[in-house]
Design a protein around this ligand. Structure first.
Ligand code: ADP
Ligand code: SF4
Length: 698
């Protein structure tokens, strides 16, 4: 494997403060970069993949690398979600893989042990749920209730937590968490009046509600504090409606426990507030909630804020907001972020775009993926390293057609391997759908997908780029004569269907010409709309909602019709659905759920309830169809259909990837481009499973 060029750049003294060691109880972190716990869909089911992924973070310079939540007992079984498990000693060897991988690079390994109380599912263990109070859980709609923990249950929980801490120490972890954040853990539930209605010494006053947290902190210190740093992860502010932890209570808890933990890891709750997408938050957004913590405690403080800019990081430390820069998403998008800062290679940083596709992995019970970093989750099973790629193994060159996320990633990664690449793009600039979509409200950070890759490509002498070059078959063949390449990669993208074909209608909709019917592409290309507009969203990701937002912001009276029960339903997986719905509500967008558009005649749109089939008529001026997309595959097939012309020119392969093969997410397009580049010149046997599998039993 060849290292990428690391010689550019020099250590920049402005950032020295980020590389000062810091003590956390009995252990010392080598710098200020702290990969806070984050889920990843690997955990106890894919322990080798988990270990490889965390090891790469350590290699990339994160001084502390943490696991995701690790459940301590079968009564906190969160299946089918895949987290870590430390139920008994049989789970230790799997976690040891992660510790070893982190230690190999001299970073500290942290473990977030937890019990989820009523937020567990116990679908696998079939134990009844236990909770701070007797209650019906709100996290999922399972028809179950949780029983209230007795003093004996509390004693048992403390014992399990203590035992897990000792096992964690024996595995080799350097930092052991006490977890009271995200409203996910029993300890957070005890703190919160929302859930805690106990009348014993664990309920009522804040002092009582803090009791268990204090006891568990003491237990953990007592059990492992001589060898491990004790981290307290606390949501100092909850946005969970009535009776959730207020600003004042959060401050009081910090005051009560000020110097008990060895490090404070502070954030806000629930998860959708902590990991807000870039559509709804900016870098460093949590500062106003957590800044007070350092004024109270003498212990180090770590916090998050989707930090990707070294200036912001230094500023957080200089101004006394944080001692350590916490990151989940920025460490996923670029596991080598600290190393790049250390080496002064700021232009090589692959900045997180805040799309939360990484979160969707966990939500859909699948291994993690990342829009910016196609190697995320593939470190073990495909042996992919985010900063290393095999050098070329032939002198072949490649024509890449289309500079969207698929084409530009393929170009960059092939270029890094040393291949000669010719990139032809129809429009005046690179970026394809990314650039167009980044102009929609709230999506400007998505541009980073292109900015990073273009920046890399522009430094490569083996890549030629041609813009305003919309190629047809004849032009491709002419180019082949002129520029001599042996491979053609079509990454020509897709367009939104104009006829309403989608999930509801597998054939074109019955539409007359009485209204202007436009697609998201036309709106992104600047088509003006005025008057009333009906957005029919049969796609359910962000596009329908964001188009409605754009039109409403421009003064249109917008109605959004969706067959789903919620607008932008899939964005539940990116923690955005509630924010989207609220924003549309605030913009007076009329939301009609569980309805499908059936036909449109004489400006009358007929919509029908998806279950009752009852019909309603809406009078509209404009119709925006956000349904399915149509792959732009004409060029690919015209080339494939002329094998003689291809052969004559010494062209060995014509391939299509990304949206022009099967429209999907930007993450999928980037991944497709990367996969093509990795596999290039490698024999691919389609009868073989294309990755290493792991089995935890037999
Ligand atoms: P993907 O997500 O698969 O990368 P995009 O739609 O984002 O797809 O990008 C496709 C890119 O291909 C767009 O920038 C488009 O302008 C370009 N393109 C499409 N057809 C041609 C063509 N025939 N010649 C050159 N470029 C093309
Ligand atoms: Fe950032 Fe998106 Fe990658 Fe998550 S998937 S780390 S939000 S770029």
């Amino acid at each position: 494997m060849s290292d990428c060029d690391n010689s550019r750049g020099m250590n920049d003294s402005r950032y020295d403060g980020l590389f000062e060691p810091i003590q956390i109880g009995p252990v010392t972190a080598r710098n200020r970069f702290y990969q806070v716990p984050h889920c990843n869909g690997l955990g106890h089911v894919f322990p080798k993949a988990e270990a490889a992924m965390r090891g790469i973070k350590a290699e990339g310079g994160w001084g502390v690398v943490s696991t995701q939540e690790v459940d301590i007992h079968p009564s906190t079984d969160v299946s089918p979600y895949i987290e870590g498990r430390l139920w008994d000693e049989k789970d230790m060897h799997r976690l040891a893989l992660t510790v070893d991988a982190i230690h190999e690079h001299n970073s500290l390994a942290a473990i977030e042990i937890t019990h989820n109380g009523h937020e567990a599912t116990n679908r696998q263990s079939r134990l009844p749920l236990m909770a701070v109070s007797e209650m019906i859980p709100g996290a999922n709609l399972d028809p179950v209730q949780a029983y209230k923990m007795t003093r004996e249950d509390i004693a048992n929980f403390r014992c399990w937590h203590r035992r897990a801490a000792i096992r964690a120490r024996d595995i080799g972890f350097d930092i052991v968490y006490v977890y009271a954040a995200h409203s996910l853990s029993l300890l957070a539930h005890f703190l919160s009046r929302k859930f805690n209605n106990r009348t014993d010494e664990y309920g009522g006053s804040l002092e009582n509600r803090v009791r268990l947290l204090r006891e568990v902190l003491d237990d953990t210190h007592d059990a492992v504090g001589d060898r491990c740093g004790i981290a307290l992860r606390l949501a100092v502010r909850e946005f969970l409606g009535q009776d959730s932890l207020s600003e004042d209570e959060g401050r009081d808890v910090v005051e009560m426990l000020a110097d008990l933990p060895d490090i404070w890891d502070v954030n806000i709750s629930g998860w959708m507030h902590d990991s807000k997408s870039s559509r709804f938050s900016n870098e460093g957004d949590q500062e106003s909630y957590i800044a007070f913590v350092k004024q109270i405690t003498g212990k180090p403080v770590v916090g998050v804020g989707r930090f990707t800019s070294p200036e912001t990081m230094v500023d957080q430390i200089r101004r006394g907001v944080l001692d350590m820069i916490g990151a989940a998403r920025p460490s996923i998008a670029d596991p080598f972020l600290p190393e790049k800062i250390r080496q002064g290679r700021l232009e090589d940083i692959r900045e997180c775009i805040g799309c939360n596709i990484c979160v969707s992995g966990d939500m859909t019970v699948s291994p993690i993926r990342c829009t910016q970093n196609p190697t995320m989750g593939e470190e073990y099973r495909k042996d992919w390293h985010p900063e290393q790629i095999a050098p070329k193994s032939s002198e072949d060159s490649i024509l890449v057609i289309g500079a969207g996320p698929a084409g530009i990633e393929a170009t960059m990664s092939l270029g890094k391997r040393g291949y000669r690449v010719v990139l032809a793009e129809a429009s005046r600039h690179a970026g394809g759908r990314v650039v167009r979509e980044s102009r929609l409200p709230g999506l400007s950070e998505w541009r980073r997908v292109v900015d990073y890759r273009l920046g890399q490509i522009q430094r490569m002498r083996n890549v030629e780029m041609y813009f305003e070059s919309k190629l047809n078959k004849e032009q491709v063949l002419e180019l082949a004569d002129e520029l001599k390449f042996q491979h053609i990669l079509c990454a020509t993208g897709s367009t939104w269907h104009a006829g309403g074909i989608g999930r509801t209608h597998r054939t074109p909709l019955d539409l007359d010409e009485s209204v202007t019917s436009v697609t998201p592409d036309q709106i992104m290309d600047g088509q003006n709309i005025s008057g009333s507009a009906l957005v029919f969203d049969d796609d359910h990701y962000y596009m329908g909602g964001v188009i409605a937002e754009k039109l409403a912001s421009c003064g249109c009276q917008v109605t959004l019709v969706t067959p789903e029960a919620n607008v932008s339903a899939w964005t539940q997986n990116t923690l955005e659905q509630t924010f989207i719905e609220k924003r549309l509500h605030d913009l007076d967008v009329r939301l009609i759920e569980k309805h499908a558009l059936i036909s449109l005649r004489d400006q009358q749109a007929i919509i029908q309830h998806v279950v009752s089939q009852e019909q309603r008529t809406l009078l509209i001026h404009n119709l925006i169809l956000v349904t399915a997309r149509e792959p732009s595959q004409q060029l690919y097939f015209s080339l494939k259909d002329d094998p003689e012309a291809i052969q004559e020119r010494g062209i060995h392969s014509v391939t299509r990837i990304g949206d022009c093969l099967a429209p999907s997410t930007i993450a999928a397009a980037v991944y497709a481009g990367h996969l093509y580049a990795r596999n290039f010149d490698e024999p691919v046997n389609i009868d073989e499973v294309p990755y290493r599998r792991e089995y935890t039993e037999i």
